[in-house]
Write a protein that binds this ligand. Sequence first.
Ligand SMILES: [Zn+2]
Ligand SMILES: [Zn+2]
Length: 294
Amino acid sequence: MANPPKPWKAEYAKSARSSCKSCKNTIDKENLRLGKMVQATQFDGFMPMWNHAGCILKKANQIKSLDDVEGIELLRWEDQQKIRKYVEGGGPQNTPSPVVMECGIEVSQTSRAACRRCNQKVMKGEVRISTKPEGQGARGLAWHHANCFMELSPTTQVEKLSGWDSLSASDQLAVRALVKKVPSSSKGGTKVELQEEDKESLQQSTLKGGAKRKRAVSGDQKSKLSRSEENSNLLGNEHPKSSDLESLLEAQTKELWALKDDLKKKVTTAELREMLEANSQDSTGSELDLRDRW
Ligand SMILES: [Zn+2]
Ligand SMILES: [Zn+2]
């Protein structure tokens, strides 16, 4: 290998054989994965340590620059934007709920504690969730009914609460059921950001063209400002705006993926192989490889 590769590699998983180095779960086929390139021990070269893209993008200080990501231009536009936002924002866009580690869950041994939310007693035998206000010991614990707590903090990952493992299977089931009741639109992120995203995806599904342009512009407003200042100093205002380039790129990427998705719907892998063979092209490799070659 002549040149060391870029520090990161982005692609859609070609199989479901890799597992995430962050969360240890399987990376499903065609899920977006980000590989951190490391020196291989088995051979002379580099190999990617795969992670769910989401697992990397919720951690700080991972990807420093878009130039560090091999293959980013081949991703779906939405996925490119996720990585762009991460790099430009200097870290995760949704700060994870800070309460998780300071919470505990248990079956109440007494009927003494009152729920902080509804002020009713948490009865003996009921599942309750505690929060620990910062800097206080066990005496400062605030108790909640499990369902009251989930209404307060719907993003809670109950499995990560301390004491989760000591709950009985049926209690775990009951608490998990509370999580599912929470509408998915209210999870993660700051409210304002999320509402914007919701609006965007709504617009995209109803009136495609308009929303597209709007997003490219609003996403680029800051850099456009400073750049157009430069432009007017050096080149006058005739110079093409970067947002125009970006929306062009966006349109191209989306068109390409629409074609790929369309192809996938209509043509099976076997048929694809045949077609490539008929054109005496290489028909070996995974399904995704084939589609790239198409
Ligand atoms: Zn993961
Ligand atoms: Zn309550």
